[in-house]
Design a protein. Sequence first.
Length: 272
Amino acid sequence: MDFTLLFYRMKRVFFLLIMAVFFCVPLNTFGWGMLGHRVVGGIAEHHLNPKARAAIKRILGNESLAMAASWADFIKSDRSYDYLGPWHYINVSSGKSYSQFMQYLQDDTATDLFTKLNLVISELKSGKLSKEKQVFYLKLLVHLVGDAHQPMHMGRPEDKGGNDIRVSWFGRPTNLHRVWDEHLVEFQQLSYTEHIAAINFTTVAQRDKWMRQPVKEWLYESYAAAQKIYSGVKMDDKLWYDYNFQFVGLMNEQLLKGGVRLAGLLNNIFGK
Ligand SMILES: [Zn+2]
């Protein structure tokens, strides 16, 4: 056995392993990862009325809602879009009752997910946008409705929506926010079309109910879900299969509601 050769081979394998780990760890936190956002956009496509579908096709061309959904994250690499950063979330302290939460939104004038989602909806409804602005606001809408259904985007200010809560996911260090953005969705090992096929089951009554609920109600649901998530974890917890088992249902429900409600909004804006 040539030990020198063996040594060099091992060194090379070790180097490749380090590089693989380095490049596989995402460097930023982005709302639902690409998969989650695509699931929401793709489910919405299933529930558009023909008029809304045609209007959206005129705006986006061949780009699907699923593929347009992550644009608002991709542009974060361009500094000129930095002002959009706070549009993706709204941090609210824990312990608010339903009426306190509603009052909080009522008084809210900050630059955040709630006020900007309302702005995007009213701009699209105005009917007087340039083509370029229509594309801009439509892509933002698809993304922000997704974020509104990621419970950790309604997290507490003191831990930055779970970003400061250190946990590990199957032995890899991460944080609670990212578990909900990415790890839990990716753990299912489904493409976004497979994920949609697996969860896109609703009754007419469910869709009617979800589509009629105003944005404030969605946000309250996400807020309530965030409280459940916070109570299920503490600093430095090691999350494994049991975490997936406990929360996969909640995650799928949020993705499904996000998609159906996005379709409801789009039918309302473009399909009348
Ligand atoms: Zn986002």
